[in-house]
Design a protein around this ligand. Structure first.
Ligand code: DX5
Ligand code: ZN
Length: 219
């Protein structure tokens, strides 16, 4: 399995975002996770299209854009043009999920579907063969720094075993409350794309990245 570490810039020091992106890139970030929040689908507002466009000039790392936006099909083209490499939409936010997936694919970008903690895992299984990644939220989306809900690991196990059963390779991303204290359990559950905000950007970024990487590299 290929593992990816995706620092979430929601927890970065925005006054020096360029430097912090450089730092995580040098320390081995595989993806940059970018949380887009619209104040409607989630109660918080974060970054917009121009921010993605701006930071695209700082690093060439894969931009993993997590759209916590109501009816995201409206903005796929804008985020692609701004520099997104992968776009993940919420199952709960899409009026027409099939059309949204097709829209992302029409730009040859990686497609992900995300589910919130209260959403049953069974809803994403029928879409598995159409997508590259399933994102299992292990906190209620909207804010960084929350405690991980480990009961979500069951969903990851279900997705991983269903993917094996149908012979489809899919990435499973985990987002919310990930730290070195629970990373082994996260990986054991079958996830391979690891998002971490607070536990990477607060404190010594390089040391934090090294701790995460050393656990992942043992796999
Ligand atoms: C939450 C976001 C996460 C957030 C994770 O809605 O989707 O990506 O940045 O932050 P931590 O790692 O602090 O839980
Ligand atoms: Zn996220």
């Amino acid at each position: 399995m290929t593992y990816k570490l995706a620092p979430s810039i929601l927890a970065a020091d925005i006054s020096k975002l360029g430097e912090e992106l450089e730092a995580v890139k040098r320390a081995g970030a595989d993806y940059i996770h970018i949380d887009i929040m619209d104040g409607m689908f989630v109660p918080n507002i974060s970054f917009g299209i121009t921010v993605v466009e701006g930071i695209r000039k700082c690093v060439d790392t894969f931009f993993d854009v997590h759209l916590m936006v109501h009816d995201p099909i409206r903005y796929i083209r804008d985020f692609v043009e701004a520099g997104a490499d992968g776009l993940t939409v919420h199952y709960e936010a899409c009026d027409d999920l099939d059309a949204t997936i097709d829209e992302i694919k029409s730009f040859n970008k990686k497609v992900g579907i995300a589910i919130k903690p209260m959403t049953d895992v069974s809803v994403v299984l029928p879409y598995m063969e159409k997508v590259d990644m399933i994102l299992v939220m292990t906190v209620e989306p909207g804010f960084g720094g929350q405690k991980m809900r480990k009961e979500m690991f069951e969903k990851i196990k279900t997705i991983r075993s269903y993917a094996e059963e149908i012979g489809h390779e899919v990435d499973i991303e985990v987002d919310g409350g990930v730290g070195v204290d629970n990373l082994d359990e996260v990986l054991d559950s079958g996830a391979n794309v690891i998002v971490a905000g607070t536990k990477i950007f607060k404190g010594d970024i390089v040391a934090n990245m090294d701790s995460f990487k050393s656990i992942i590299n043992k796999r």
